[in-house]
Design a protein around this ligand. Sequence first.
Ligand SMILES: Nc1nc2c(ncn2[C@@H]2O[C@H](COP(=O)(O)OP(=O)(O)OP(=O)(O)O)[C@@H](O)[C@H]2O)c(=O)[nH]1
Ligand SMILES: [Mg+2]
Length: 311
Amino acid sequence: MGFLEKINFKKIKDGLQTTHNKIMGRISEVITGKAIIDESTIDELEEILISSDIGYTLAAKIIDKIRSELKNDKNRTIENIKEILKQELLSIFPKEHNAEYFLDKVKSKKPYVFLIVGINGAGKTTTVGKLAKILKDENLKVIIGSADTFRAAANEQLDIWAKRAEVEIVSGISKDPSSVVFDTISKAISNNYDVVLIDTAGRLHTKNDLMFELQKIFKVAQKLLPDAPHEVFLVLDGNTGQNAIVQATEFEKFTKLSGLVITKLDGTAKGGVLFKIVSDKNLPIRFIGVGEGINDLQFFDPKTIIDAIVN
Ligand SMILES: Nc1nc2c(ncn2[C@@H]2O[C@H](COP(=O)(O)OP(=O)(O)OP(=O)(O)O)[C@@H](O)[C@H]2O)c(=O)[nH]1
Ligand SMILES: [Mg+2]
């Protein structure tokens, strides 16, 4: 089975329902019953788009397109506008952002090492657990390393996720973060694992010592595998809207980032920020969190996400 069929469209659709309502609900309100979409209607559409967190630049670009496409077109229906919106949103994603491209990359090296970083409470540990399950379901042999060694509870929480996902874990109890990374990658190499997932402690970019600890983790990983970590995912809470972009900028000052995970998109109306992040930051969104259960992490496939928001 191609993995695109494994993407649970209903889960994504349900998770992004609030975002969908905020954007499309208001757009259809403005358009419904209007025989002609005149300038003032287009202005209203622009306002809706700007307030939907997709950002001013992208909103303006979409509105220009709608304006020029509708100029000579008598077919000014909501369907028509939806189509333009979908095309424009899709055009911001290069092919490297497609889920299939990503999965091929993961399978190209063994072990493939992920470092999961982010501020406190963003959803890192939950993401590691869910991601372990997704990759295991791709028939990959997965091991988790618990490099959040500050709190005993962090270890217990990750242990529970490892059991749920039915994968191996290297505990971080009474170790320092980089030695957990060393032990986990070593074990992965000697026991033929395909994927290593490293959970880390929440950190604010203003705490220099914690940010430098990330650099130490890098050094240790590279002792064992010169090109590790292969992926550094920044986990961002979707509820924080535009602040997510600030966090990405700050983390990039200390560590390379290769992808983003946007969590808690269920129940937030701020899903429009997905598009703003991609157009502002040159980073792919790899996964989105749409709930607290083990199956509530979904591949970010641009077309699927856009369909879920627009249709
Ligand atoms: N609704 C919802 N809740 C989520 C999602 N992802 C994570 N959470 C919840 O967010 C809270 C924090 O998640 P954690 O995974 O512990 O976050 P963390 O980044 O590891 O936190 P620290 O280790 O303390 O920095 C938990 O209650 C999770 O259940 C999501 O996609 N949707
Ligand atoms: Mg955690």
